[in-house]
Design a protein around this ligand. Sequence first.
Ligand SMILES: *Cc1c(COP(=O)(O)O)cnc(C)c1O
Length: 391
Amino acid sequence: MTLRTGRHFLQIPGPTNVPDQVLRAMAAPTIDHRGPEFAALTVRLLAEIKPVFGTQGPVVIYPATGTGAWEAALVNTLSPGDRVLCFETGHFATLWQEMASALGLEVDFVPGDWRHGADPAELARRLDADITQSIKAVCVVHNETSTGVTSRIAEIRQALDDADHPALLFVDTISSLGSIDYRHDEWGVDVTVAGSQKGLMLPPGLSFNAVSDKALAASKTSRLTKSFWDWAPIIEANRRGSFPYTPNTNLLYGLHEALGMLAAEGLPQVFARHARHAAATRAAVRGWGLEVLCADEREHSGSLTAVLMPDSPDGPDADQVRKVILERFDMSLGAGLGKLSGRIFRIGHLGHFNDLTLAGTLAGVQMGLEIAGVPVDPAGLGAALDVLRTP
Ligand SMILES: *Cc1c(COP(=O)(O)O)cnc(C)c1O
């Protein structure tokens, strides 16, 4: 085993670095999940979490990863054969629509180039063409973690409203919640899907559905098979501060601590911090002479940046660069997923993060590119520091 000193740099876009105070909170003894102390914690948590989603409505917490919360959104609201419209923004959007098909839904998959978000104009065209209003739900990944592109959810909502179309709106915020501005109620989202291990600064293992009144009403007549994911018994038990199964007690201690940290910093400040770190990262990438994958200035992700490798037949691929950086500098970067495998690497800059963490991250990336033999302009790091020097 190689001897490592100092901390590993976990700069993948999730799981993210868990703050020490969250780790300490989770190290408390596990308590009786049917006892009074736990009931008080549950009631407090279910209130504390609402502002992060921007909702006054119920938030359902599952002891599962984000994938489970995707399934919960679909099976609670829809019936076999229902038509859903999904946008191919990248790898995660592709997985979500595959799940919808596997569950017996009819999926219209709007093709995309993995460099843009969901297109509100294309949505408007599809809704206008849907004379019988047979589309029951629209699924959008807010921040596509495989590409570093953030879809414009307010404009997606506007397209639904302009078409006066009753489809439910489902949004995956697994890598945006607590990092990028998001408003469940204001944007009329019906189910928001989230997970613990990205912007919420927790280990994997919790996921969430924020649920609108319209989605709750749809759940009364939905006929897809559900048992564990069924909102009704969970929301019912939550009223008494309990769950219909054993909740992951210690992760919930951590969630309470993490929500306290986000509230103390203030959500607008949290979003501004992420946007500034994303801007500094893009300054570095462009300074190196490389290209950011996201092709629309309005859609740059605050939580991660995907970097395109230069088109060079004999140069190293992105995975070789990541390997050099891991071996030499003990830093993990995100790999290209699906059809972007080997063509990009992803720099995570979300969660528990500050200016010098970013400076160290970008220094490691620059050195790794140089060592791997990618021709880069070393002025890239300085361009990022220029952004960071400005408060
Ligand atoms: C991480 C991620 C997922 C998958 O979540 P799991 O917790 O791994 O199940 C889905 N969608 C997005 C946008 C993600 O970032």
